[in-house]
Design a protein around this ligand. Structure first.
Ligand code: PBG
Length: 324
């Protein structure tokens, strides 16, 4: 007798019946870039269909985000080089671009979850995620500035703050700062296992945040390591993280699985700019079917164990997931 695994694949209905992995639009987070100005919707050249928005056009985009059924957006601020300084002051001023955007979104769409990325690299003139002295990225002087940034975004109405800097001890400092000011309900989604990755290339163009010297290898993780991811995640949980993230996603599915198997809290994974750009470029050349390849990539991330998926494809996926 032949054993026939193919029986479970005989029809569409049968395949649906036995499918083990499901992705819903409520799993997705849509990252957006906000700039100063009016009426701006400028496409990012390395990320087709991804834009810099001024706050007015950002609100229009949020309208369609909400209509798609997406529940959460992630905000990044982008400022001109001339406004940057050594300590990233524009990240945490009360009129910081991200703070203004959060406030505007929350007034118009109070139910849309707003996650604010917390980092200094978009605001420092050297492009590093922390304070620099003699070409060294200093940990401890950076942490209070990150806490200040997180508090600034919480005050503006952020539901979640998401530190993406990889400094040691920042989750604890952020939790304490939030609690002291009465923001105990603001969540921390920590970029816990964030690898030093070439897949962030297009983002650095989008955010103007490429470091002017060196790289991020003294703070972001070495892609040869797995145990370190577990250590970082457990530390962040101990320090008060509510959601832990693995980043990038596609080349790190083993890490997602290991973390999901280890912790008892929501795991997020970020399909980053380089993953997006690769899919987009191949699709634009007619080399892959964009919808099918993107949907497959997202199912892989979900199957690996991520509950939450951050992706620049979120809006299109809201449509495409209906066809699965
Ligand atoms: C800021 C930050 C980066 C990303 C998210 N937050 C860039 C970096 O670490 O250089 C990458 C996002 C993407 O590539 O889509 N630290």
């Amino acid at each position: 007798m032949i054993i026939r695994p193919r029986r479970l694949r005989t029809s569409e209905a049968m395949r649906q019946l036995v499918a083990q992995t499901h992705v819903s639009v409520s799993d997705l987070v849509y990252p957006m870039f906000v700039v100063e100005g009016q009426g701006i919707k400028a496409e990012i050249s390395s990320m087709p269909d991804v834009y810099h928005f001024s706050i007015d056009t950002l609100l229009l985009e949020c309208e369609s985000v909400v209509q798609c059924g997406i529940q959460a957006v992630l905000l990044f601020g982008v400022i001109p080089q001339a406004k940057k300084d050594a300590i990233g002051s524009m990240a945490y001023q009360s009129d910081a671009i991200v703070a203004k955007a959060i406030d505007a979104i929350k007034q118009k769409f109070p139910k849309l979850l707003v996650i604010a990325d917390v980092c200094l690299c978009e605001y420092t003139d050297h492009g590093h995620c922390g304070i620099v002295k003699h070409d060294k990225i200093l940990n401890d002087p950076t942490v209070p500035l990150l806490a200040k940034t997180a508090l600034c975004y919480a005050k503006a109405g952020a539901d979640v703050v998401a530190p993406s800097d990889m400094m040691d001890g920042r989750v604890q400092a952020i939790r304490e700062a939030l609690d002291q000011d009465g923001f105990e309900d603001v969540l921390i989604m920590s970029y816990s296992a964030k690898y030093a990755s070439a897949f962030y290339g297009p983002f650095r163009e989008a955010a103007g945040s490429a470091p002017i010297f060196g790289d991020r290898k003294t703070y972001q993780m070495d892609y040869r390591n797995q145990d370190e991811a577990v250590k970082e995640v457990l530390l962040d949980i101990q320090e008060g993280a509510d959601i832990v993230m693995v980043k990038p996603a596609g080349a790190y599915l083993d890490i997602i699985t290991r973390i999901a198997d280890t912790v008892n809290m929501p795991v997020a994974a970020y399909q980053v700019s380089g993953e997006y750009a690769m899919l987009k470029a191949a699709a634009q050349n007619g080399w892959i079917d964009e919808q099918k390849a993107v949907v497959e990539s997202i199912y892989a991330i979900k199957r690996a164990g991520a509950k939450i998926i951050l992706t620049y494809y979120a809006k299109q996926l809201a449509q495409w997931l209906k066809d699965v």
